[in-house]
Design a protein around this ligand. Structure first.
Ligand code: SF4
Length: 455
């Protein structure tokens, strides 16, 4: 069967799609590049917030209206896990719906392919039996899924269930395969990455896993940790990160608010706990780049509580801040509470982001004159927006893919190139850079400092 898969939502959903694709390919089903070529159209949906749900429904509607009678349409993932009826009401002619992580069920229902098609496949895996991976210089590695935390605004535990860690052996195998495929950055994701191994009774399971992973893929220069939970960032974890040469000094630790009263209502760890976790990583890695996310306009948030959030941001001066206005999730305790007006939420969001932007600019300015490695991401360089000549787009280790800033490097370099640059200028979120030499990453991965010459 020929299939086409559309993936919506976060990086964790992308990893789910990769796993689903592996399952389908193992059954010899064949991917195609556009839905019109497919016998089976799959949409992996996101149901995290209302905007994501709207996008999911809209995407399914569009695909449904264009499909031929002999094409099947499967809608899967987070949104169908919690709101399959809503999806079916909005788009009645769907062939089937499946919840999150239901790839085994989908595979069982489809069975092995009865026809094969002469469509080019990705290069075979260098590690037998490991399926395929993304042909990108960065790849996500989902180390666990589900969540045991009680955050009152979050529907994830209902969607994904209890936290369950993937096995270290399987993850190491996947990381080796990705490394052999040329990946230069592994981004570790989970709902709560610091819970890794807890379900197997391990303490500091994440630190142990990082040690094994770092040793298993020494030629992957950047391993990045996302979604750490405050209070679970132990001195052992911080010291392991500092000691391992290819774990980048970067951490994403979503804190959600900066007022103890709001955190208490959210059933989140207190500011004392958050400060302690931040201190652990800053003590071990004084130059660590910290990312966090905040929710503004949580039910009952007073002007004073919001000001406490701004004060906390001023105090901690995070390198990267992502912010969301609170949006009620049906089925969560916070959705029952009286809501703030949209105008208030938007006003507070703008104030927080104004402060975050100023702090980000300050951090970027401090980098001017320094030399850093940049991983080039853009295959199609931007043409001379910040100066004359072509510009390639990449990131330093201080910026995570898709959510943080960019490094704009003079010259044209292929995606996947890692080069040494000098930072010449700072924008609010991005850096302006000039190449200066060969990257300090292991030489097998470094690319000579010669821009591509266009024919
Ligand atoms: S830790 Fe994250 S995923 Fe888990 S309940 Fe809280 S917000 Fe949701």
């Amino acid at each position: 069967m020929r299939y086409h898969l559309t993936t919506l939502g976060c990086a964790k959903n992308t990893v789910d799609s990769i796993r689903l694709e592996r399952t389908l390919r193992n059954l010899r089903h064949t991917p195609v590049t556009t839905p019109d070529l497919a016998d089976l159209i799959l949409v992996n949906t996101c149901g995290f917030i209302d905007a994501a749900k709207d996008e999911s429904i809209q995407t399914v509607k569009t695909l449904e209206s264009a499909r031929r009678p002999n094409q099947q349409l499967y809608v899967i993932g987070c949104m169908t896990q919690i709101a399959a009826t809503e999806v079916r009401t909005a788009v009645p002619n769907i062939t089937a719906t499946y919840g999150a992580e239901a790839w085994e069920q989908i595979a069982a229902d489809l069975g092995p392919a009865s026809d094969t098609y002469d469509i080019p496949q990705p290069s075979p895996s260098p590690l037998e039996g490991e399926g395929w991976g993304e042909r990108s210089s960065s790849a996500y590695l989902k180390i666990s899924d589900g969540c045991d935390r009680p955050c009152t605004f979050c529907i994830i535990p209902t969607i994904k269930g209890r936290m369950h860690s993937d096995t270290t052996e399987r993850l190491i195998n996947e990381a080796r395969w990705l490394a052999a495929s040329g990946v230069k950055e592994l981004v570790l994701v989970a709902q709560d990455s610091t819970a890794y191994g807890e379900d197997a009774g391990q303490r500091d399971g994440l630190a142990t896993f990082l040690e094994r992973l770092s040793e298993a893929v020494p030629h992957v220069p950047w391993i990045r940790l996302m979604y750490a939970y405050p209070g679970r960032v132990t001195p052992r974890l911080a010291h392991a990160m500092a000691a391992l040469p290819n774990i980048v000094p970067y951490m994403d630790m979503p804190l959600q608010h900066g007022s103890d009263a709001v955190l208490h209502r959210m059933k989140r760890p207190s500011l004392r706990v958050a400060r302690q976790s931040i201190q652990h990583v800053r003590d071990a890695m004084p130059d660590i780049a910290l990312r966090t996310t905040f929710i503004v306009g949580y039910p009952g948030e007073t002007e004073r509580e919001f000001q406490e959030l701004l004060d906390f941001v001023q105090e901690q001066r995070f390198h990267h801040i992502g912010a969301f206005t609170y949006s009620p999730q049906p089925g969560t305790p916070a959705a029952q509470l009286p809501q703030l007006t949209e105008k208030t939420k938007q006003r507070r969001y703008a104030r927080l982001m104004e402060l975050a932007q100023a702090i980000s600019l300050e951090h970027n300015r401090a980098l001017v004159g320094q030399e850093l490695d940049v991983l080039i991401e853009s295959e199609t360089p931007t043409q001379g927006e910040h100066g004359t000549g072509a510009v390639s787009v990449g990131r330093t280790h201080r910026d995570a893919p898709e959510v943080d800033g960019l490094a704009l490097v003079k010259g044209e370099y292929p995606a996947g190139t890692m080069i040494r640059v000098r930072v010449d200028g700072a924008l609010h979120y991005d850096l302006l850079c000039t190449p200066v030499g060969i990257s300090s990453v292991p030489q097998a991965l470094a690319i000579p400092l010669h821009p591509i010459t266009r024919p």
